[in-house]
Design a protein around this ligand. Structure first.
Ligand code: ADP
Ligand code: MG
Length: 238
């Protein structure tokens, strides 16, 4: 091969080396009546653009805590959370709110839909707030998630699996760079959970976003590209 063409294809080292998300020596304790409870004791994690990673660990091991910190929903005590090279721990609350609106989608176990809004309104709500509402993408998401016939319903008129499909659509409506999910199938039966997982993984692949999912289930974790486990406040590949 012509050595010049090889050189021309090389991106600057930074672009190649810088992952979407890099967590460095992240620490977090909670204040309790018995004193500080250390939960994250130096977590290191790298997630590249488009990668899918399952985060496992026993109940109480700190999975939700880590997800909340990465999602800029809470702050750590020490360490760095670099999103495209920017340490979100050191951003202002306004800048973090903008990240939560525009760059990071989150799906919770409890769906957390807005009860007073229809399915269509729930799907569009955050994208409109972020100024990222795209009617074509919205229509495609609605169809892909099998929600066309349910668009005018309210959350209480939906099954758990249907509600979670709306929550996935809401999170992806802004085309986030990073999708986070905390036991997204934890409240669903196996069939509904598997359907939500399959749709989520398809849409993650289609949007090219990275996906970090907390799960108890080794079976579901195996469907993602990488698996890591939180043990004693730190991560190890599994
Ligand atoms: P997981 O999601 O792996 O079950 P969590 O991150 O929810 O674990 O919690 C980790 C530990 O931190 C648990 O012992 C939990 O009781 C404790 N914890 C979580 N949130 C708080 C809080 N706000 N105040 C005090 N302790 C907390
Ligand atoms: Mg949890």
């Amino acid at each position: 091969m012509n050595p010049l063409s090889v050189r021309a294809r090389q991106a600057p080292a930074d672009t190649l080396a810088s992952p979407l998300l890099r967590v460095v020596n992240l620490r977090k304790s909670y204040a309790t009546p018995q004193g500080p409870l250390p939960v994250l004791r130096g977590v290191d994690l790298v997630l590249r653009a488009g990668e899918t990673l399952a985060l496992m660990g026993e109940s109480g091991s700190g999975k939700s805590t880590l997800l909340h910190l990465v999602g800029a929903l809470d702050r750590g005590d020490a360490g760095e959370i670099l999103l495209e090279g920017v340490d979100i721990e050191r951003l202002s609350e306004n800048a973090r709110a903008a990240l939560r609106r525009e760059a990071i989608g989150v799906v919770f176990q409890q769906f957390n839909l807005v009860a007073s809004l229809t399915v269509a309104e729930n799907l569009a709500f955050q994208a409109r707030l972020a100024g990222r509402y795209d009617p074509d993408w919205q229509a495609r998401l609605t169809a892909r998630l099998g929600l066309d016939a349910l668009a005018a319903r309210y959350p209480e008129q939906l099954s758990g699996g249907q509600q979670q499909r709306v929550a996935v659509g809401r999170a992806l409506a802004v085309r986030p760079k990073l999708l986070l999910a905390d036991e997204p199938t934890g409240n669903l039966d196996e069939a509904a959970g598997d359907a939500v997982m399959a749709l989520t993984l398809d849409l993650v692949a289609e949007t090219g976003c990275a996906f970090l999912m907390v799960t108890h289930s080794a079976r579901l974790a195996a469907r993602l590209e990488r698996q890591e486990t939180l043990i004693a406040g730190a991560l190890s590949a599994s």
